[in-house]
Write a protein that binds this ligand. Structure first.
Ligand code: DGL
Length: 266
């Protein structure tokens, strides 16, 4: 038994899609969440900047004596995880490997689509991981840089004309390629899953990276579990009110726990 909390972070609200899954399947765990709302989005930034942000985010979470970190951000997991895992003495779980393993289980025709931020798609992280495990597969990718700002601005209704136009534009080549599985490679995207599903059709399996990372955490032998009642605290680097107003949509339920401004030197 290890009663220390689990640290979870994202550039903003998206990582809460992972938190909601951890709350469901590991209800005893204490979670400390950090959303770097002062610096969202990460996905349009360069590698050095993302690496610096990620190290600062983990260092902040480590001040809570956490037992593991969930990088609930496709961009951070893609760009930094392979390089920084060895810098820390606790397990760091990203979303790429869990999402890829789920996609490989889901596909029948070995045609897999990947969508993500520009930095994620440029890193080819998901693609490389798929090809390691399923070398003959066909992969179609698309960067969707406008999805995060749309989600952060509450444009999530599948009938929202602006959102649906962007879904059509970004996903048309992927749909045409005949994929039967699509990795929503950014933790913000499950919030627009209904719009994506409406366009892609029921026959395409959609992989939610936060959900898969939560399952991975549950199965991880490196992380001893906590016994007790779940406890949650949330920190943001800016706009506490905006986070509180939007969090329940990402959590799929009421926000329970204090939201504080992170006392970080910026
Ligand atoms: N949720 C982050 C991700 O999974 C959002 C990216 C961003 O900040 O651009 O990639």
């Amino acid at each position: 038994m290890d009663n220390r909390p689990i640290g979870v972070f994202d550039s903003g609200l998206g990582g809460l899609t992972a938190v909601s899954e951890i709350m469901k399947i590991l209800p005893d765990e204490e979670i400390v969440y950090f959303g770097d709302t002062a610096r969202v989005p990460y996905g349009t930034r360069g590698t050095d900047t993302i690496m610096r942000y990620v190290r600062e985010d983990i260092d902040f979470l480590k001040s809570f004596d956490i037992k593991a970190v969930v990088m609930a951000c496709g961009t951070a997991s893609s760009v930094s995880l392979p390089f920084i895992q060895d810098e820390y003495d606790i397990p760091i779980i990203g979303v790429v490997r869990p999402a890829v393993e789920a996609a490989i289980r889901a596909t029948n025709n070995e045609k897999i689509g990947i969508i993500g931020t520009s930095a994620t798609i440029k890193s080819r992280s998901y693609e490389r991981e798929i090809l390691k495990k399923l070398p003959g597969s066909e992969i179609q990718t698309a960067a969707c840089p406008l999805f995060v700002p749309l989600v952060e601005n509450g444009r999530t209704d599948p009938d929202d004309i602006v959102l649906y136009t962007m879904v059509e534009e970004y996903l048309t080549p992927i749909k045409k390629s005949g994929v039967d599985t699509l990795i929503m490679g950014c933790t913000h995207y499950p919030i627009i899953e209904r719009a994506i599903a409406k366009f892609m059709g029921d026959e395409v399996a959609l992989i939610n990276p936060g959900r898969e990372a939560a399952k991975f955490l549950k199965e991880s032998e490196n992380t001893e579990k906590r016994v007790g009642k779940g406890k949650y605290s949330f920190f943001v680097s800016d706009d506490r009110e905006g986070f509180i107003a939007n969090a329940s949509k990402f959590l799929g339920g009421r926000l329970s726990g204090e939201v504080s401004l992170a006392p970080m030197e910026r």
